[in-house]
Design a protein around this ligand. Structure first.
Ligand SMILES: Nc1nc2c(ncn2[C@@H]2O[C@H](COP(=O)(O)OP(=O)(O)OP(=O)(O)O)[C@@H](O)[C@H]2O)c(=O)[nH]1
Ligand SMILES: [Mg+2]
Length: 232
């Protein structure tokens, strides 16, 4: 069967078909270059998991922490992922295909107080199902707000990601909202509360100033090159 026919058949089944020739993700000097970012798949509470073949890197964290904003900052697009000052904006699991090489996966936030119990439970199951079952998921960025001590939910999420044998990198968002002199103290608080291993970084980041973007790119590089803690 021709490549074109295979593509059409897969598309009908709702399966994303990446381009046959992916674009390089890194320039020769080692810096990341994102030349293509497209919303390739959307997973709702009733959808089954996509049968993708590319590696996935997910962005998790409480509602309104800045997951979609971070994703936009990484791909240098203002509104690829929809953001809102109202919590609970992202309600589906959105797969953004990057350079035909990997997916950035934008997750709905947890702890969205205004959602009904039933909706919260359904989203919780959807996120858990994805994090638990995806065979392509290589690593998770866990986002916490740099201004606050991580919540019990953040700690649970961190423990759970680690228990799954996934690599995790913590990003402390909204860096522009604190004084520079507070950064070290807040980082320490986040490290201690989550109980991070010495090898696990906390990357302060601001979607406003883009500070921290390069560190996140190099973390992505590490994640792709040595994807999972595995069952060693
Ligand atoms: N000042 C500042 N505001 C930010 C930053 N990141 C996100 N925001 C704001 O925080 C709000 C929530 O951002 P989103 O990116 O939609 O958050 P989210 O985590 O995707 O939220 P849900 O989809 O509801 O889970 C928006 O008003 C953003 O503009 C940041 O680094 N600095
Ligand atoms: Mg969002």
């Amino acid at each position: 069967m021709e490549q074109k026919d295979v593509k059409q058949r897969e598309k009908k089944k709702g399966i994303d078909v990446p381009p046959a020739v992916p674009k390089p993700l890194y320039k020769e000097d080692g810096t990341l270059q994102i030349t293509e970012a497209v919303l390739a798949q959307v997973l709702g509470v009733t959808s089954s998991l996509p049968e993708g073949t590319l590696p996935e890197i997910a962005f998790a964290g409480k509602s309104n922490v800045g997951k979609s904003s971070l994703l936009n900052a990484l791909v240098n697009r203002r509104a690829l992922a929809r953001t809102s000052s109202q919590p609970g904006k992202t309600q589906t699991i959105n797969f953004y295909r990057i350079n035909g090489m990997l997916y950035f996966v934008d997750l709905p936030g947890y702890g969205y107080a205004n959602a009904s119990q039933a909706a919260k439970a359904a989203w919780g199951r959807m996120i858990e199902n994805y994090l638990h079952r995806s065979t392509q998921l290589k690593a998770v960025f866990l986002l916490v707000d740099i201004r606050h001590e991580p919540s019990a939910n953040d700690c649970m999420m961190y423990d759970w990601i680690r228990d799954q044998g996934l690599r995790t990198v913590v990003v402390a968002t909204k860096l522009d909202k604190i004084k520079r002199s507070q950064t070290a103290k807040q980082k320490k608080l986040i490290r201690e509360t989550l109980g991070l291993l010495d090898t696990e970084p906390v990357i302060p980041f601001s979607a406003e100033t883009k500070q921290g973007r390069e560190e996140i790119f190099s973390a992505i590089w590490d994640m792709i090159s040595s994807p999972s803690l595995g069952a060693e």
